[in-house]
Design a protein around this ligand. Structure first.
Ligand SMILES: [Zn+2]
Length: 486
């Protein structure tokens, strides 16, 4: 008993100091330099993709308003209606599905009010109607129309909202991807703003995965400009509250991962207008007002995305595995010290980097851990092929009992977790989306961002897929046609 109390107290002190350290690092970042994002111009067509009703104003309010001012076209796409917001759930303990749907409609109205204030009309806003807190599940498992996701709030597995872009939108990843691609094809954006892959909210990183896939499948890179915004990352932005003369600087843990950060400046008038826009989200303010006001600062903040190329190494050259891995540059770096703390075991679950290469037969992924692996943790690697129409999505995991799930091999050794997936199992693909994670009894300890990896030299072993043309209708036969051109 005494030992448990001591352990709890020590863990509390440890987490407390660690949080203080993160806070101080974030505060220090306020003085760091970042690059100018550049002005919005009249010929731009800006698409803002927001997971919930408020992200569009928090992250891009000034960009939207300035774009309207100079005569650029703006379209705002809401993926969910935020109908399951946590604090409301606690308050509405006896709430039934209809209450949540009513709440979703209220939040839609708040978005429309805020966007009108920034200069848009209701026709410049589209609601897709997908489930709040369900986007990552639709990305990871509820992918096809025969395996729909059911909202734990509205109890619906299709959109109950009459104004959804697709009537009765089925809650599966393929439907969301098709809707997103339809909107992009119809609106033809020159810039897309969407959540950052390292945002910690599952709907945010989930939406990012769908946008990334659409951008790749529609061959929008590099012509279309991408601005990725963070909304949720620990206690960021620091200090919280209304500080209109302070800067918005990137979370410290995301500044050393090889991404560039850019600031978009706000005038005093912009700051005042953005504050009025934030105040339109009346259902949110009582619970997270201070946090929302933290985004009304001297600048908005964006990062850019560059898909990572991975090498092709012939099998004949890779007999010395360790030497090969030595020569491979990490495809992605993950912040160290960001894992959920579960005593000393979490150190073996803290992911530091992911490396990847292909040979004639396989995709090889190495997950580097910050410390020796732990036998009490589960480790996983997901390798999803693109495009969706011809490729397969594979998840490989090794649990604490040594049980392997998925297609391929997995080996834990020292501070590495190696996964091999046979190329043939991935179907016809021309890019991969990869993510690695660690967990204990189903609870995530660490998870990397999802990144697109482009294999080089792969044409030596297989014919490249024909790229889908931009004008090609997106055919996903079990789904009803979409509603309107934008
Ligand atoms: Zn959100």
């Amino acid at each position: 008993m005494l030992l448990s109390i001591v352990a709890i107290v020590v863990a509390g002190i440890f987490v407390g100091t660690s949080n203080l350290r993160i806070y101080r690092a974030n505060m220090k970042e306020l003085k760091a330099e970042f690059l100018p994002w550049g002005e919005v111009t009249a010929d731009e067509r800006i698409l803002v993709v927001a997971p919930h009703c408020d992200d569009e104003a928090l992250a891009c309010g000034a960009v939207i308003h300035d774009a309207v001012k100079v005569g650029a076209r703006v379209h705002v796409l809401l993926v969910t209606n935020g109908d399951g917001y946590g604090e409301m759930v606690r308050r509405l303990e006896r709430a039934g599905p209809k209450t949540y749907i009513r709440f979703g409609k209220k939040r839609q109205q708040e978005t429309l009010d805020a966007m009108r204030l920034l200069g848009l009309t209701d026709q410049d806003v589209t609601f897709l109607g997908y489930p709040d807190r369900g986007i990552s599940a639709m990305w990871l498992s509820n992918w096809t129309p025969d395996n729909l996701y059911t909202s734990r709030y509205t109890k619906c597995d299709t959109s109950p909202y009459a104004n959804s872009f697709r009537k009765d939108a089925p809650y599966c990843g393929r439907a969301l991807l098709a809707d997103l691609e339809s909107v992009i094809l119809s609106f033809r954006p020159t810039s897309i703003y969407y959540p950052h892959p390292s945002d910690q909210h599952s709907d945010h990183w989930g939406v990012q995965c769908f946008v990334q896939q659409s951008i790749h499948e529609l061959r929008l890179r590099p012509e279309v400009r991408e601005g990725m915004y963070v909304v949720h990352r620990g206690d960021w932005p620091v200090p919280q509250g209304l500080h209109p003369t302070m800067r918005l600087a990137p979370p410290a843990c995301l500044t050393k991962l090889g991404m560039e950060w850019f600031g978009y400046p706000l005038t005093k008038e912009d700051v005042a207008l953005k504050l009025r826009a934030i105040r339109c989200y009346k259902t949110q303010l009582p619970y997270m007002g201070e946090y929302m006001y933290s985004f009304d600062r001297k600048n908005e903040l964006f990062s850019t995305y560059v898909p990572v190329e991975i090498p092709f190494i012939r099998a004949a050259q890779n007999s010395d595995t360790e030497a090969v891995w030595e020569s491979v540059t990490p495809a992605m770096l993950d912040p160290v010290g960001d894992s959920v703390k579960v005593g000393f075991m979490s150190r073996g679950g803290d992911i530091r980097a992911v490396k990847c290469y292909c040979d004639e037969q396989n995709v090889h992924v190495r997950v580097e851990l910050a410390n020796l692996h732990s036998k009490r943790l589960d480790y996983g690697v997901s390798v999803f092929g693109l495009p969706d129409a011809t490729a397969t999505r594979i998840a490989v995991s090794l649990d604490s009992k040594g049980k392997l799930t998925g297609v391929g091999t997995a080996v834990l050794s020292g501070n590495t977790f190696d996964v091999t997936v046979p190329l043939d199992e991935l179907g016809k693909w021309d890019a991969l989306m990869v993510c690695a994670d660690s967990s204990i009894e189903g609870r995530k300890i660490d998870r990397t961002a999802w990144r697109i990896l482009l294999p080089t030299g792969i044409e030596a072993i297989r014919k490249p897929n024909p790229p889908p043309a931009l004008d090609r209708p997106i055919l996903r036969t079990p789904l009803a046609p979409v509603r309107k051109p934008l």
